[in-house]
Design a protein around this ligand. Structure first.
Ligand code: ZN
Length: 235
């Protein structure tokens, strides 16, 4: 049996699937890898990405932050691709835990999505915590401000900030309850993804779909080093 057929069978036979997704699933939608070097360097942001996405920089210079954030990092017209759509089509038997902040899983129709690095789709006031949608940020000239006059920040986890414990705990709960864990487009070298896969039950099947090898390939029941769009297009 070929690997695609094997993957298809595992998905059909499983009752509770967790898809753990990383930048690789979004680059297939033409998005830059938000946290990866490649994206920003290719698109030549004058401020290095690790600086731009650090909480220190945001607090020190929100004007420069928003100038480049709007130019280089906001999602714009990116659409879910075949992988987002196939995952969403599985309905309630599929949960998503993602490192991505682009909201494309929700846009594809997935209901149970845990975004461990937050999202660029929502914003909040740094003072009163009132929330605002992305459309408000796109319309606002310069630094977007709350009704109360304070600066708005994206609901993302900046470098220098802790992950949200509640989200990490939810991700762990989902993974502990699955009978199939599928990693899609993550190299599994960076926390938290690397740590999360270790919570899968011993009885659960483990599949990795990633273009490049990962440190967990040896532990997986099935590894597909192929283009994500091609794999998901074929299942
Ligand atoms: Zn406010």
């Amino acid at each position: 049996m070929d690997k695609i057929a094997e993957f298809r069978n595992l998905i059909e036979e499983s009752r509770r699937i967790v898809f753990l997704t990383g930048a690789g699933i979004s680059t297939a939608s033409g998005l830059a890898d938000f946290r990866g070097k490649e994206g920003l360097e290719k698109r030549k942001s004058p401020v290095p990405y690790e600086t731009l996405l650090s909480i220190d920089f945001f607090e020190r210079d929100p004007e420069t932050f928003y100038k480049y954030y709007k130019e280089f990092l906001i999602v714009g017209d990116a659409q879910p691709n075949v992988a987002h759509k196939k995952i969403a089509a599985l309905g309630e038997k599929a949960a998503v835990v993602t490192q991505n902040i682009d909201g494309l899983h929700q846009l594809a129709g997935s209901k149970n999505v845990t975004e461990v690095h937050g999202t660029t789709l929502t914003y909040r006031c740094v003072r009163c915590r009132k929330t605002y949608p992305e459309s408000y940020i796109k319309r606002a000239p310069g630094v977007p401000k709350c009704d109360c006059g304070a600066v708005l920040r994206p609901d993302i986890v900046f470098y220098g900030e802790m992950l949200d414990d509640r989200k990490v705990e939810k991700a762990v709960r989902e993974i502990r309850a699955c009978d199939l864990l599928v990693v899609v487009g993550s190299s599994l070298v960076v926390y938290p993804a690397a740590g999360l896969v270790q919570y899968r039950p011993r009885s659960a099947k483990f599949v990795i779909v990633n273009y490049d090898p990962t440190p967990y390939d040896a532990y997986a029941d099935l590894v597909l080093h192929d283009d994500i769009s091609i794999v998901f297009g074929a299942i």
